[in-house]
Ligand binder design. Sequence first.
Ligand code: PLP
Length: 377
Amino acid sequence: MIYMDYNATAPVHPEVLEALLPFYRESFGNPSSIHWAGRRVKAAVEEARDKVASFLRCAPVEVVFTSSGTEADNMAIKGVASAHCGKGNHIITTCVEHPAVLNTCRYLERKGYDVTWLEVGHDGLLDPASLEECITDRTILISTMLANNEIGTIFPIREIGEIAARHRIYFHCDAVQAAGKIPIDCREMNVSLLAVSGHKLGAPQGIGVLVVRQGVKAHPLIHGGAQERNRRAGTENVAGIVALGKACELAQASLSSESARLRELRDRLENGILSSLPDVRINGDREKRLPNTANISFTGVEADSLLVNLDLAGIAVSSGAACSSGTLRTSHVLSAMGVEHALAKGSVRFSLGRENSAADVDYLLRELPEIVRRLRK
Ligand code: PLP
C-alpha cells in the first residue's frame, strides 16, 4: 500500500504517538484545576505552546489551540469581521482558497460584508500589486493562504504582509498546507493571524492553532470558560496539544533535510511521468511551489477513473482537495487558473511525505503509465 496523499492528511509520527499516549492514560487532568493533576497537564500544555511558538516564530501567548485548521480560519475571519464591523465591512481574499476560507467569506458576504475575490495567473500565483489596488478605507481584513493545497503554489506572503502593515489592515494567513513543508516566520511575514492544522504535520486529527498576534482584536467564535486567554472556550484537548507540540518540534528539526528529500522524490515522479506519457501537463508554477506536491493533468482521462485504478494497485492519491473529492465538480483552483474543463477533469494531485521512498515513486512509475494508456483507449 502506497500513500501519496499527504496534503489530505499525514500518518501520526511514532514519536508523537509516544508523547501523547500518557495523556490518555495516567497523566489525566483538567488544565484549569488547581490540584496536582491539573498542574501536571497545565505544564504539558504550556510546554507544547512554547514548541509551537518556536516553530512558527511567534510569542507563546499568541498561540491559541483550536480543534482544526478550519476552526482557526473561521475564528480569524469571523472574529475580525465581528470586532471591526464599526470600522468597515470589506474583506480581500483570493479565488483559490481552501473551503475553510472560501465558505467563511461567502457566509460573511451573505451577512452584508463586501468581499473582493482576487484572481490568480495561469501559473496559480498572486500579484501583490493587484491586491494593493483593491484596498479601500473600509477594508478590515486581507486573508490569503501561504501555500495552495491542490497545486502547492506559494503566495508572496512577505509582500502581502508589508502591504497590510503599510495600510494598517489585519492580515490572516492560512498556513495549514505550508506548515512543516516550508519555513514559517510570523514576525517576518507581518501576519496578524495565522492558521495551522495538526494532522498535516504528523499530529492526530482534531487539533489546530490560530496564532493571534499581540494587540490584534478578534472576537471569539466559541463562548464559555476563560481557556486560551478568553480566545477559545472549552476544556483543552490536552493529548492533541501535546501531540502538536511534539510534531512541531520534530518538523522544525527536519524541515530543511526533509523538504530537499521530498523535492527530489517529487521531481523524480514528475520527470518519470513526463518521459513515459505524451499529453501530460504539470499545473502551477514549478519553482514557487511546495516541495512535496505535484498536480498533473492527463489529457483524455477522467481523474476519478485514474484514482480508482491506482487504488486497485494500492496507490492512494487524490483529485484536488480531500474535502471536495466525491463531488463531480472540477477544481475551483484549476478553473481560476484558466485550465480548460477537459484538462481539469483529468487532474490528479500527488502529495508526498515522511514515509515515501524512491521505491514508492518507482512503483508508481511502473503502474501509472499503463493505466493511463488503457483509460485513453
Ligand atoms: N486550509 C488549507 C489550505 C487546507 O489544506 C486545509 C485542509 O486540507 C484546511 C485549511 C482545513 O484544515 P482541517 O482539515 O484541519 O480543518
